[in-house]
Structures are given as structure tokens and as C-alpha cells.
Design a binder for this molecule. Structure first.
Ligand SMILES: Nc1ncnc2c1ncn2[C@@H]1O[C@H](COP(=O)(O)OP(=O)(O)OP(=O)(O)O)[C@@H](O)[C@H]1O
Ligand SMILES: [Mg+2]
Length: 459
């Protein structure tokens, strides 16, 4: 047995065989999750990075070959072993071609299975490259520079594509590092304006007085130091797109001026009386809740509605953990493609599990940095392992075990069941942190306010 825990997903539709195998594997130290269908297997693989997939080839519904493909597509490092019935060696050979490490024919002795497992795990350690591994960086999981395979992201890609075709103003919101600027660029590059400029301006990075000239430009002598006439970003972006980042930080005065530009599609440079017509698409971004600022009277309501014609929300990474393997692969590829000689970098399933369990307050930017750091540390290593991850990940809880819940024959009351599970976990988190809500929230991957609200409702 390997030193670390080995997480194994067992897919078998014959209940007796499945349960007996699972029980014996558990006796030998494997952490086993058992499912009876290909559909359930894919669901498990979506959320958890198993070390081993042990699947029957013949399954009702999605068959073993598809489960195998789904596993390898997500996790190039997963070890797949297929179980075939008597007389179907051809299928097994096909499975090997598609990336399975081993096959075993039914009926088998349990010892035989143990042996095959140990050999396959050992082989993974030695394996340099599997020519049959499919890259999951396929077209269908990307839109411009954005990658993602979760339903949330695929819906977003569709929305971005539709939005790109229109000329409407867009408000992109989302936590820091979720890809707001990338999304804005993707819209521009897919829009009829793509031949013109994409101009970005971060409203919080420029002092108030400068921001105005940045936006509107000025004529010579407009103020002390205005030695020459200068175009503002609104003009520079004519016929193109202006990306107004952190728009929530804009002063009241500038908000009023921007509103006028949006309404009239014209502006004057500072110190000038001449009116200039402009045709600019505005994409604004914010990582604070702009409607909240409106209700606090810190952001103009009329401007908010002008900007928020099409709202686009970028979900935090912790709400789409299934994107993590794809993103990791994307960053590894991007950061190493210029290496000479080329190196194939693999990420251990243990490291992947930790990354999928972490809450990522800095979202994708933080993940990108973590990958970059791991690559920089292991200059000539070909693997990213748990100890290559940044300290905040190493110290984070190892994450949820995959849960398999069995629907009782008589059915159940789902809301009550979920509430009960939530209640138990919240109690445990509060107990473990001696009632510290901030820490308890972190343990549960929740915002503190969400935890407080849930605790009030459930406890
Ligand atoms: N879906 C994605 N696929 C690939 N890379 C992504 C994705 N989303 C974000 N990134 C990368 O993550 C980093 C942060 O993205 P971006 O700058 O667009 O975030 P942001 O939401 O504008 O953050 P902030 O609010 O801090 O400005 C960038 O390097 C970007 O390339
Ligand atoms: Mg940004």
C-alpha cells in the first residue's frame, strides 16, 4: 500500500459484487466510494479528484468507456482500471488504447485485483507520458482567454457571445480575480467593434482630478501643467470599447459627467467648449455590490441603470470547483510552453484534491499564482505535489470526503434532509472553532454573513 491514502471510485452495477469489493478494498486501506451507474460516477468525478477509477465496462446508461473518458479528460493523473466480462477482451484492449492503465476480467480473485491495483499505481509513478491522454483544453471549454467546464461557465460563455453581438452597455461584477477584465476583453474581441480599440481605465488607480482628464482629455492650458492638448480615453476608444474598472469608486461629480456621456453620446475636453460626438461601448466592472452603493446613496441610481443594461456576474471559484483541474492544466500549459527542452508537468491527485477543497478568496488570480509558484519552486521537477503548494493551501483543511447518499426506498424529504446536514456541519464547525464565526465560516467555505444567517435559521 502507498503511504498516503488512496481514494478509489468503484463503478459496478451488480450490487453484490460492488459491495463485497468495496468492503475488501476498505479493509486494505483504500478510501472507497461506490456507485452503481456511469451517471453517478461522472457526478462524483466532477467534484473530487480520485486516485483510482475502477469501473465495469458494461453499465446501463453511460458505459465504462465514457466514464473512463470523463475521468481522464478531467484528471490526466488518475489511474483507470476497467473490469470486463468474459469474452470481451477486445473492449479491454480498446479501453487501454483510450488511456486505461490496466484491465481485469470477471470473474476475478480479489488478490488479483489488489495486484493489478498496486502495479497500476506504481506504474503511474514511473509513467512519463501517455500518448493517448486527451487534452481537456478543447474548444468547447473555452471562450477567448476564459476557460471553464462547469455549467456556470458554459452558460457564461453563451451569454458573452450573445452580448458581444449587441452594442449595449455591460456591467460585469464579481469578486476580485474572477476574470472580469478577461470577460470584458472577450466581449470586445467577439464584437463588431473588434477592429477598433479596447481601452481600459481603472477608476480607483487614478486620483480623482486626474481621472477626469483621463476620461475626457483636455486642451492646452486647461489647467496648470496642461502643456499640450490631449485626447481622453473616451475619445481614444471611439468605435471601440472602453472598460471602466472599479466604477464604484468614481466621485459624484464624475458620475454625473459619465451619465451625460452615456445619454448624449458626446463630450467636451476639459477647458474646451467644442462638443465631440463619440461612439463607444462601455463595459463597466465592479467587485463591490453596486446596487448596495446605490441604496447607501454613494452611487447614482440613474447611472447604475444606464450601466447595468446587461448584468454579467462572474461566480467565485469556490462555487465552481469543477473548473479547477481545467484551470490548473491551462496555467501549467501556458507557463511552461516556452520551456526548452519541453517538460511535461503533472499534478498529483493529492495536490489537486487540496486545490479543489480550498476556498480561494483571491479566486482565479490566486490559483494562477499558486501554479506559477509551484513551477518556480520545482525548477527541474516534473510534478506538482502537495508540498509545492503555497502555505495557505497546505494549512487548509484537506477538504470534504466525497459523499455518497443513498435514496431510501420510501424516498425522503430533501429540504429537511439538507437542512439537517447543514445544521450538523455548522454545529461541528462552531464547536471546532470554539464559536469563532469567522473561522467556522472559513471551515465551511462560507462568508461570515452567510454562516450567521444560516445559524440563525437552522440552530
Ligand atoms: N476563466 C478563466 N480562465 C483562464 N484564466 C482566467 C479566467 N478567469 C480569470 N483568469 C485569469 O485570472 C487573472 C485575473 O483575472 P482578471 O484580471 O480578469 O480578474 P478581475 O475580476 O478583473 O480581478 P480584479 O477585480 O482583482 O481586478 C488573470 O490573469 C486572468 O487571465
Ligand atoms: Mg480587474
Amino acid at each position: 500500500m502507498p503511504e498516503e491514502e488512496t481514494h478509489l471510485l468503484l463503478v459496478e452495477d451488480e450490487a453484490l459484487l460492488r459491495e463485497a469489493t468495496a468492503e475488501r478494498l476498505a479493509e486494505h486501506g483504500y478510501r472507497v466510494v461506490q456507485v452503481e451507474s456511469g451517471e453517478a460516477a461522472v457526478e462524483q468525478l466532477t467534484n473530487f479528484a480520485f486516485d483510482v477509477l475502477l469501473t465495469d465496462l458494461r453499465l446501463p446508461g453511460i458505459d465504462g468507456t465514457e466514464v473512463l473518458a470523463a475521468a481522464l479528460e478531467r484528471y490526466p493523473e488518475i489511474v483507470c482500471i476497467v473490469v470486463t466480462g468474459f469474452g470481451t477482451v477486445k473492449d479491454a484492449v480498446e479501453a487501454i488504447k483510450r488511456g486505461a492503465a490496466e484491465f481485469i476480467t470477471k470473474p476475478f480473485q480479489f488478490d488479483q485485483l489488489l495486484h493489478v491495483l498496486a502495479a497500476a499505481l506504481e506504474q503511474r509513478r514511473l509513467r512519463s507520458e501517455n500518448a493517448y491522454l486527451r487534452s481537456q483544453l478543447e474548444e468547447r471549454y473555452r471562450f477567448e482567454g476564459l476557460v471553464g467546464r462547469s455549467a456556470l461557465m458554459r452558460e457564461l460563455f453563451e451569454l458573452l457571445e450573445t452580448v458581444a453581438a449587441s452594442a449595449s452597455t455591460v456591467l460585469v461584477s464579481g469578486e476580485t480575480g474572477t476574470g472580469k477584465e478577461l470577460a470584458a476583453r472577450a466581449i470586445h474581441h467577439n464584437s463588431p467593434r473588434r477592429a477598433h480599440r479596447f481601452v481600459a481605465l481603472n477608476c480607483s488607480a487614478v486620483p480623482e482630478t486626474l481621472l477626469e482628464t483621463e476620461l475626457f482629455g483636455h486642451v492646452r492650458g486647461a489647467f496648470t501643467g496642461a502643456v499640450a492638448t490631449r485626447q481622453g480615453k473616451l475619445e481614444t476608444a471611439h468605435q471601440g470599447t472602453l472598460f471602466l474598472d472599479e466604477v464604484g469608486t468614481m466621485s459624484a461629480g464624475l458620475q454625473a459627467k459619465l451619465l451625460r456621456v452615456l445619454q448624449e453620446r458626446e463630450l467636451e475636453r476639459l477647458g474646451d467648449t467644442r462638443t465631440i460626438k463619440i461612439d463607444v461601448r462601455i463595459i463597466a466592472a465592479t467587485n463591490t455590490d453596486l446596487s448596495q452603493l446605490v441604496s447607501e446613496g454613494r452611487f447614482r441610481e440613474d447611472l447604475f441603470y444606464r450601466l447595468n443594461v446587461i448584468p454579467i456576474f462572474l461566480p467565485p471559484l469556490r462555487e465552481r470547483r469543477e473548473d479547477i483541474p481545467l484551470l490548473v492544466q491551462h496555467f501549467v500549459h501556458r507557463l511552461t510552453r516556452e520551456h526548452v527542452p519541453p517538460r511535461k508537468i503533472t499534478v498529483t491527485q493529492e495536490a489537486m484534491r487540496r486545490m479543489m477543497a480550498y476556498t480561494w478568496p483571491g479566486n482565479i488570480r490566486q490559483l494562477e499564482n499558486a501554479v506559477e509558484r509551484a513551477l518556480a519552486l520545482g525548477r527541474d521537477r516534473t510534478q506538482i505535489d502537495l508540498h509545492d503548494l503555497p502555505p495557505e493551501l497546505q494549512n487548509a483543511p484537506a477538504g470534504a470526503q466525497p459523499v455518497t447518499v443513498v435514496l431510501p426506498e420510501g424516498g425522503l424529504d430533501l429540504p429537511a434532509h439538507i437542512a439537517d446536514t447543514e445544521r450538523q456541519l455548522i454545529r461541528q464547525a462552531l464547536a471546532a472553532t470554539e464559536g469563532n464565526k469567522q473561522q467556522a465560516a472559513r471551515l465551511l467555505g462560507l462568508k461570515r454573513t452567510t454562516l450567521v444567517e444560516k445559524a440563525r435559521r437552522l440552530l
